[in-house]
Design a protein around this ligand. Structure first.
Ligand code: NAP
Ligand code: GCO
Length: 265
């Protein structure tokens, strides 16, 4: 009889995590490799990828690395083909690569707005489209989109990011609807506020936003990248075979709560 933990085992599966040279992507990729997957990671920067590869190996994680830009459909198609030939067809795709630009909406240029939409929304569409054919042919697959608190909430200065991550939540639901019939589950993970390079500028001690997040998060701390490991393995494994179109928020309770007043204990 299969034991309950066996359904989380992803041995024999090929997982691609985009932009996983550090931060949340690296933690998710490491969790998938530890659950048995053959790990593939890509990035636009060859140099960052080489540094990341050394870090994965130092942590005992075997990784295949590929340089391509997730916003460029031609490069994506070529990259996915090369991965299939050299490693195997992709069973699990994690759309993690993302950028943010914190600029008040009235001051934001259309080109900056578009750049965020391209990486955070259009690239997951390009990537998903590029891998799903092989998933369908092989009888199923898993796509996990890294969403955000900004898939649900607005905040000053992040209009493009919120538009992209809100759109990514709906893209998740739509692709889930179209591809469920092929046994391809499309879900999202919605991280709350996490300690990574992306949040470094707003996470410094004494910064009003740092204090705000510690008050606003019921768990009263920033997330650590490994807080996402369980959600990632769940959504990548057969444990979630009847879960699709769902965004699993891992946020220390932020979305459940209005928050505390700033001077409250
Ligand atoms: P990060 O430190 O900024 O890492 C993002 C990664 O994406 C980087 O490795 C970056 O590569 C890569 N990337 C950017 N554009 C790319 C492109 N066109 N092609 C390929 N790779 C590209 O971000 P993070 O904090 O780990 O976040 C990872 C994901 O989680 C993002 O989607 C982010 O929006 C989301 N998220 C973060 C938080 C948080 O609190 N940190 C919360 C919710 C959601 P380079 O370094 O080479 O530019
Ligand atoms: C910001 C943050 C974010 C997040 C994240 C929240 O400036 O508000 O950078 O938007 O990092 O995506 O879930």
């Amino acid at each position: 009889m299969m034991k309950s933990l066996d359904i989380f085992n992803i041995e024999g599966k090929v997982a691609l995590v985009t932009g996983a040279t550090h931060g949340l992507g690296m933690a998710i990729a490491t969790a998938l490799a530890q659950a048995g997957a053959t790990l593939v990671v890509n990035d636009i920067s060859e140099e960052k990828l080489a540094t990341a590869k050394a870090e994965y190996i130092a942590n005992g994680v075997n990784v295949h690395t590929y340089v391509f830009d997730v916003t460029n459909e031609e490069q994506v198609i070529a990259g996915v083909k090369q991965i299939k030939e050299e490693v195997g067809a992709i069973d699990i795709l994690v759309n993690n690569a993302g950028i943010i630009k914190r600029v008040p909406a009235r001051e934001m240029s259309v080109s900056d707005f578009s750049a965020v939409i391209n990486v955070d929304l259009i690239a997951p569409f390009i990537m998903s489209k590029a891998v799903v054919g092989d998933m369908i042919e092989r009888g199923g697959g898993k796509i996990i989109n890294i969403c955000s608190m900004m898939s649900e909430l607005g905040r000053d200065t992040v209009s493009a990011y919120a538009a992209a991550k809100g759109g990514l939540k709906m893209l998740t639901k739509n692709l889930a609807t179209e591809w469920a019939r092929y046994n391809v589950q499309v879900n999202g993970i919605g991280p709350g506020y996490f300690a990574t390079a992306q949040t470094a500028p707003i996470r410094v001690d004494g910064h009003p936003f740092n204090d705000f997040i510690l008050k606003r998060t019921p768990a009263a701390r920033w997330g650590e990248p490994t807080d996402l490991s369980g959600a990632a393995v769940f959504l990548a494994s057969s444990a979630s075979n009847f879960v699709s179109g769902h965004v699993l928020y891992v946020d220390g309770g932020i979305l459940a709560s209005l928050g505390k007043a700033m001077n409250e204990d």
